[in-house]
Design a protein around this ligand. Structure first.
Ligand SMILES: Cc1cc2nc3c(=O)[nH]c(=O)nc-3n(C[C@H](O)[C@H](O)[C@H](O)COP(=O)(O)OP(=O)(O)OC[C@H]3O[C@@H](n4cnc5c(N)ncnc54)[C@H](O)[C@@H]3O)c2cc1C
Length: 811
């Protein structure tokens, strides 16, 4: 066994084997995999091993395409062929029009990744799968490349290729402890000796938190028991003359694929069960949980009704094994929050299908610092600090129960609600607020007209449309108040703070006391990594001169990691998170200044406190810091208040606002208004796949300043010219917004991908942003959006159709 290597991957299931193989593909051959037992002895060996191309976003579709291509290549390797049923096809069924609309959107989204799903009616589904009944079903989504693979052979093939490229695999070698050294390298302690390495990877499957505990980390991953059975031969399958397509059924929560001449049928029962919550038997190796078909009886009845042939056939094997779920259902593949040189590839609930792609994207992150797709949807840092063991289990149960039922727009499911609240949450609830969930925080979406108001879930504009329109109107004409909780806020102090930030941002960052600026952070490839406001707060009895760094709620762990890793040892900079201590009250509208002047001492005139100013004050007697910034395009103030004083500040603002027609507004109104201003959302429109010039952020880049992170790469990219350009467009449709991922077409060719869409209530336009081919980016150019099954005209317009001169927010 080696005593020193570059990377140690812990775990020899599909996650570990794929990572090891792809590290060698990315050029690192001095890498090892350490497995406590035999390869695939965790969950992988008993997997149903279906390999679908279906995903909820383009990153997931892209990584699954990589799996499929890789598995096909492995299957066809004459030296070590493996069993892969490639291209049997698969159908996701639907019994509601809303589900069908979702499938139409997913088909549009996948088209941009050169993946061609088909939306079928019920008769066509039955024609392609002769065993299903069309009762209570209106259609489905066809994935032509669906199939299944032999999981053990797949892992052996990956390990074999990795070994051939120089990697080593140590079986029957449990990792017992991990030690990190001052220089951020690691020692991996195993039962057979120590291995020093630069980087460790947790690929521990359901033992993820045993490995996590070795580095004092708890990952938001919980295991569920999951069952399938195998039937005896079914004559109709034998006689069909072709392999049966796979079925995934959100109506009855089961899946099914052909296994020899019978079927493999798996269940997602409501009466489901977590596993291993109180610790895992160390001898649970190559093992299964006891069968419990009683638990799945409800689902079984639905499966029998959909596939009557099942009722007449014997069951010869039942498999019940642990499967991992995360707090939002998607895996955790990337850097471990708060740790250096530590990565994970965990929480895989469809690891056989996805594992090839996840290992690929992880290896790229390890070797190059970033993957070719934006990996935020699988980034382990996408949650806040609230994701504890109990909350994870609750969300895992809910997710398991809804395995094939995708989230609709604006849908927030009930488990684990109120995980993060402020003193205003009950106050807003009493005001009839409908809440959305942002990184665990309960944030006001809009104020319901009646307590019983529940819009229909679907892809069209819902019944809240007029409610949001009224909130926008009041902000435009009078003044509105909105609580923005969970907004990420770091306090940066120390003599070198400005120098440090100058290096982190690609543009000019204001250093002036009492001033605020907006800036963009790049990665080393010159791509957009982050967006933040920087406010210079004057020294006072509340603290020394300091910078407040503000960014999206979900960026809390990501931005802290990024800033900390870029900090040099000799720099006098301290970064402290205030995210969980402070909440923002946004006061927006032409009468915002009047309201502020009533409840806060001092001169708030345009001359004394112009746009982009920052000042400490009291709202009534609540200490607050006010920033003159706007996301709505109206005159607005962000009022930052310590949570202990939040209610007092709120009462003072409400009282002052009474005379000015002040009403509450929520996140939906904010989102609609920002679309009319060309303001971008981090990780919807701001992605690591594009540089700031492609993203239309030219005015925030200053190439003639000193060095900054990503500068050299950005200059190189600029010379090569843009591959895409972000544009604002309007669509000729009034029934539904454009959705992120949707494909923009010119004839049969995909020429762009939507990142955001919403109705602009002040302009009366159905707006969207999209990255398009550069020659499509000129104003007035007309493309077609593949919009929920229809082609509608999408016309490029100016980026800020409402108040293009920004005169209202500067007033
Ligand atoms: C019944 C069932 C059906 C499924 N069907 C499908 C399907 O159809 N399609 C699909 O894509 N997915 C399916 N899955 C899910 C899929 O099988 C898993 O996502 C996948 O196998 C997880 O792989 P892994 O490598 O993350 O974990 P594992 O396979 O569990 O591998 C983790 C490895 O880490 C090792 N390890 C742990 N601790 C240590 C340590 N301290 N030292 C060294 N090694 C350690 C373990 O021994 C183990 O070998 C199914 C799962 C179940 C249970």
């Amino acid at each position: 066994m080696k005593t020193r290597t570059k990377v140690v991957v812990i775990g020899g299931g599909i996650a570990g084997c794929s990572t090891l193989y792809h590290l060698t593909q990315e050029g690192w051959s001095d890498v090892v995999l350490v497995e406590r037992n035999e390869l695939t002895s965790g969950t992988t060996w008993h997997s149903a091993a279906q390999v679908t191309n279906f995903g909820m976003n383009q990153t997931m579709v892209g990584l699954k395409t990589h799996s499929i291509n890789l598995y096909k290549e492995l299957a066809e390797d004459p030296e070590y062929p493996i069993n892969y049923h490639h291209g049997d096809g698969g159908i996701r069924l639907a019994n509601t029009e809303a589900q069908m609309q979702g499938y139409r959107h997913f088909a549009s989204m996948a088209r941009g990744m050169d993946v061609h799903f088909e939306v079928l009616d019920a008769e066509e589904c039955a024609r392609r799968h002769p065993l299903i009944s069309t009762d209570n079903m209106i259609g489905g989504l066809w994935d032509p490349l669906d199939g299944d693979i032999d999981p053990a052979q797949l892992c052996q093939a990956l390990a074999r290729r990795a070994r051939n490229a120089g990697a080593e695999v140590y079986r029957n070698t449990p990792v017992t402890a991990l030690t990190q050294h001052k220089d951020d390298t690691w020692t991996v302690h195993t039962e057979h000796g120590d291995i020093d390495c630069d980087i460790v990877v947790n690929a521990g499957g359901y033992r993820v938190n045993e490995v996590g505990a070795m580095m004092d980390v708890h990952h938001p991953v919980a295991s569920m028991e999951h069952q399938y059975f195998l039937t005896e031969d079914i004559p109709a399958i034998k006689d069909a003359g072709h392999r049966m397509p796979l079925i995934r059924c959100p109506i009855s929560d089961y899946y099914c694929r052909q296994e020899k001449n019978g079927l493999l049928v798996g269940f997602y029962e409501q009466d489901c069960k977590t596993w291993g919550m109180d610790g895992i038997d160390p001898n649970f190796v190559n093992a299964l949980c006891p069968d419990d078909l009683e638990r799945v009886m409800d689902v079984l009845e639905g499966a029998f009704a959909r596939m009557p042939a099942l009722a007449d056939v014997g069951i010869h094997t039942v498999v019940n094994g642990p499967i991992t779920y995360t707090i939002d259902g998607a895996p955790l593949v990337g850097p471990i929050p708060g740790k250096r040189n530590a990565f994970c590839i965990i929480g895989l609930r469809a690891g056989l299908g996805e594992g090839g792609g996840h290992g690929w994207l992880l290896a790229q992150q390890i070797v190059h610092g970033e993957a070719q797709y934006d990996t935020w949807c699988i980034d382990p840092r996408r949650f806040g600090v609230h994701t504890n063991f109990e909350l994870t289990a609750l969300k895992a149960i809910e997710d398991y129960q809804n395995e094939f039922r995708f989230h609709f727009p604006h849908e927030h499911r009930p488990a684990g609600r109120n995980a993060r609240t402020t003193p205003l949450t009950p106050v807003m609830a009493a005001e009839s607020a409908e809440f959305t969930v942002v990184n665990g925080w309960e944030r006001v979406d809009y104020i319901k007209p009646t307590p019983e108001f529940h819009p229909t879930l679907g892809f069209g504009f819902d019944e809240a449309f007029d409610v949001v329109a009224a909130e926008v109107k009041n902000v435009q004409e009078n003044v509105g108040l909105c609580e923005v909780n969970g907004f990420n806020r770091f306090e940066i102090t120390g003599a070198d703070r400005h120098r440090f930030l100058d290096r982190m941002f690609c543009g000019a960052v204001t250093k002036r006391d009492g001033r605020v600026g907006l800036g963009y952070l790049l990665n080393h490839h010159g791509m957009v990594k982050g967006e933040a406001t920087v406010a210079n707060i004057t020294a006072s009895d509340r603290g020394p001169e300091r910078v407040w760094y503000g960014s999206a709620a979900a960026s809390e762990l990501h931005d802290m990691d990024w800033l900390q890793t870029q900090l040099r040892a000799d720099e006098d900079v301290k970064i402290r998170s205030l995210t969980n201590d402070q909440t923002i009250l946004v006061l927006a509208g032409p009468k915002a200044r009047d309201v502020l002047s009533v409840c806060a001492r001092g001169d708030w005139s345009k001359q004394a406190f112009p746009w982009l100013s920052a000042r400490e004050c009291y709202i009534g007697y609540a200490p607050a810091t006010v920033l003159g910034v706007s996301f709505s395009g109206e005159l607005a103030y962000e009022i930052h208040v310590p949570n202990a004083s939040l209610y007092a500040a709120y009462l003072a603002l409400r009282e002052a606002g009474g005379a000015y027609g002040m009403e509450l507004f929520g996140a939906r109104a904010v989102d609609a208004m920002r679309m009319e201003k060309g303001f971008l959302h981090w990780k919807a429109d701001l992605l690591t796949e594009f540089d700031p010039f492609e993203t239309g952020l030219d005015r925030f880049v200053k190439l003639d300043k000193g060095d900054f992170v990503g500068k050299a790469a950005l200059i190189q990219r600029q010379e090569e010219g843009p591959r895409k350009k972000l544009v604002t467009f309007k669509i000729d449709a009034t029934h539904a917004p454009a959705y992120g991922g949707g494909s923009l077409m010119q004839g049969d060719e995909v020429v762009g991908t939507v990142t955001s869409g919403d109705w602009g209530h002040r302009t009366g336009l159905n707006l969207g942003y999209a990255f398009v081919e550069p020659d499509m980016a000129t104003e007035d150019n007309v493309m077609q959006l593949d919009h929920l099954g229809d082609l509608v005209d999408a016309t490029v317009i100016a980026s800020s159709p409402y108040d293009p001169n920004y005169s209202r927010m500067r007033s």
